[in-house]
Design a protein around this ligand. Structure first.
Ligand code: NAG
Ligand code: NAG
Length: 463
C-alpha cells in the first residue's frame, strides 16, 4: 500500500469523523428527555430537587422589598426609585444566569442565551415586575424570576439551546402611572400611535414620560419606534403566570394551558349638566349628570348580560361626580368602563350598545354627552397550536395534570402574539387572589411552572 493511499484513508477518516463529532454538551431532545432522575418518573428529565425553589422563593421575597408600601403589600410604579432598583436586581440575576443583557429605549430588559444557531429566530419568555398600589408579590414576578430559574435549570441539566433563548422583563404592564397597560409589549408589537403618544404623555403630577424615562436611564433616543420588533426576531413566546383566578386550585390541577386571551376594551365617558342647589332646584328642572352616569353604569351591566355568554364581562370601576358635595346636584360626571370577551365581535356589539345608551340617556335627561372615548379596543389573542402542543407535551412528560383554559385577564402575551406564535402557562394561586397583598402561589406550584416552562423552551428551541 502506497503512502498516498494511507494518507487518503486517514484524511477521509478525519473528515468523516469531524462530521460526526457532536458537541457532547449539546443534547438532542431525545437524549435530553432520557436524563436520569431520582423521583421515579422515568421520563421526567429533571430531578425533583432540580428547581432551586428555596432560592427562587428568596428572590421573590427580595424583589418584593423594592416597594413603596409596607410588606406584605407591594407597590412598584414605573421608573420610581424602587422600580429602578428592582430592575438592577433583575439584570444582576440575568447576568449570573449567564445571559447577555440589553435594554431598549423604554426599559424592556432582554437576557439572551445564545444558541448553536444564533441567526435563527429566538424563543422568548418573560413577564413584568411592576406592581399596582398595594398589590402582591407574585403577579408577573413568577414569569420573570421563574424564567431565569428555568434557564438555570436547563444549564444544570446540561442542555444547550439550538435557537437562542431570551428572558424578557417588560416595562409597565400595569397602567398605573401613564394610564397605558402593557406599555413595553405594546410598543414591541409595533404600536405607532403609542410611540407618538409617549413623547407627549404626562402623569398625574405632570411629569412627562420622557423625563421619567430619562431619570431612570432610558429614552436617550426619543424615537420610540426603535423599540418595535422585527418580524423574524422570535419564533415563539411563552409566558408563565399565576392564574389570578380560582379554577386550578378548586379543581386541583397543576398547570393551566392558555388557549386564548380575552379581548379587552376601555371607555371613558363624561356627562355635563346644570348643577344647582340640592334644595332649591325641583326635580322636573334638573339635568343631573350624576344620575346619567349611574344610569349608564346599569346599562353596561344590562348590555353585557344581553350577550348571553358567560365570557362577556363589563365593569364600571371609576365613577366621579363634580363638585362632589352632598347639597349640590352633580354638574359633571365621569365614568370609566372596562369590557372584555373572548369573542371580539360580541364585545364590539356591547360597546356599540353602550354608546347608544349614552346618547339616549343624555337626550332624555337633558345632559350633554361631553365625551365618549374608546381608549383602547384590543382584539383577543389565540395561543398558537404549536406552542400549545409543546406545553401539553411538557406537562405529560413531567407527569403533571393540566387543563386548557382562557385567560380573562390580559398580559404582555396579548401583544407578543402579534409578533410571534404565543402560549401561556398558568399555575394555581391561593383562592385566585391577585392585585392584593394576600396574593400567594406555593413554592411547589411555582416549581412545577418553572419545569413546564423549561421543557417547553427546550422543545421550541430544538424544533
Ligand atoms: C405641566 O408642565 C408643562 C411643561 O412643564 C407646563 O407647561 C404646564 O403648564 C403644566 N401643566 C400643569 C397642569 O401644571
Ligand atoms: C415537543 O412538542 C411536540 C408537539 O409540538 C411533541 O410532539 C414532542 O413530543 C415534544 N418533544 C418532547 C421531547 O417533549
Amino acid at each position: 500500500m502506497g503512502w498516498q493511499f494511507v494518507l487518503i484513508i486517514c484524511a477521509c477518516a478525519y473528515i468523516c469523523s469531524a462530521e460526526n463529532v457532536v458537541d457532547p454538551t449539546i443534547k438532542t431532545m431525545e437524549a435530553f428527555s432520557g436524563y436520569l432522575n431520582v423521583n421515579g418518573n422515568e421520563k421526567d428529565p429533571f430531578h425533583s430537587t432540580m428547581v432551586d425553589f428555596v432560592n427562587l422563593q428568596k428572590q421573590i421575597d427580595q424583589l418584593s422589598a423594592f416597594s413603596d408600601s409596607p410588606a406584605p403589600s407591594v407597590t412598584r410604579i414605573l421608573y420610581s426609585h424602587n422600580d429602578v432598583a428592582a430592575r438592577r436586581f433583575i439584570k444582576d440575576l440575568m447576568g449570573r444566569a449567564g445571559l447577555s443583557v440589553r435594554e431598549d429605549a423604554v426599559g424592556n430588559i432582554f437576557g439572551r442565551w445564545e444558541g448553536s444557531e444564533p441567526d435563527a429566530p429566538a424563543v422568548a419568555t418573560g413577564s413584568h415586575i411592576d406592581a399596582i398600589p398595594y398589590s402582591g408579590k407574585y403577579d408577573g414576578v413568577v414569569g420573570v424570576l421563574g424564567a431565569i430559574e428555568a434557564i438555570n435549570l436547563l444549564r444544570r441539566s446540561g442542555f444547550r439551546p439550538k435557537r437562542s433563548l431570551e428572558v424578557i422583563m417588560f416595562t409597565s404592564e400595569e397602567p398605573t402611572r401613564y394610564g397605558i397597560s402593557c406599555l413595553g409589549s405594546r410598543l414591541l408589537a409595533g404600536s405607532v400611535s403609542l410611540a407618538k403618544a409617549l413623547t407627549q404623555t404626562v402623569d398625574n403630577d405632570n411629569i412627562s414620560f420622557l423625563d421619567a424615562a430619562k431619570s431612570a436611564g432610558y429614552a436617550k433616543n426619543e424615537d420610540f419606534s426603535n423599540v418595535f420588533l422585527d418580524e423574524k426576531t422570535y419564533s415563539a413566546f411563552v409566558e408563565l403566570h399565576i392564574e389570578q383566578g380560582p379554577i386550578l386550585e378548586n379543581e386541583g390541577v397543576s398547570i393551566g394551558i392558555v388557549t386564548a386571551i380575552a379581548a379587552p376594551a376601555s371607555i371613558k365617558v363624561d356627562f355635563g349638566g346644570n348643577g344647582g342647589h340640592a334644595g332649591a332646584v325641583l326635580m322636573p328642572q334638573r339635568n343631573d349628570a350624576g344620575l346619567a352616569a349611574a344610569e349608564l353604569a346599569l346599562a353596561v351591566e344590562k348590555h353585557v348580560l344581553e350577550s348571553g355568554s358567560i365570557d362577556t364581562v363589563g365593569t364600571v370601576g371609576i365613577m366621579e361626580v363634580h363638585p362632589g358635595a352632598i347639597n349640590s346636584i352633580p354638574s359633571k360626571s365621569h365614568i370609566e368602563i372596562d369590557t372584555r370577551d373572548i369573542d371580539e365581535k360580541r364585545r364590539n356589539t356591547v360597546i356599540e350598545k353602550i354608546q347608544e345608551s349614552a346618547v339616549s340617556i343624555s337626550k332624555r335627561r337633558g345632559v350633554e354627552l361631553l365625551e365618549f372615548k374608546i381608549v383602547n379596543q384590543d382584539p383577543p389573542a389565540l395561543s398558537d397550536e404549536s406552542v400549545v402542543k409543546a406545553m401539553e407535551s411538557a406537562t405529560q412528560v413531567l407527569g403533571l395534570s393540566h387543563k386548557k383554559m382562557i385567560s380573562r385577564a390580559y398580559h404582555d402575551s396579548l401583544f407578543m402574539a402579534r409578533k410571534a406564535p404565543m402560549g401561556m402557562i398558568f399555575i394555581p394561586c391561593y383562592k385566585g387572589y391577585s392585585h392584593k397583598p394576600e396574593e400567594y402561589a406555593s413554592p411547589e406550584d411555582i416549581a412545577n411552572g418553572v419545569k413546564v416552562l423549561a421543557l417547553t423552551l427546550t422543545n421550541l428551541s430544538l424544533n
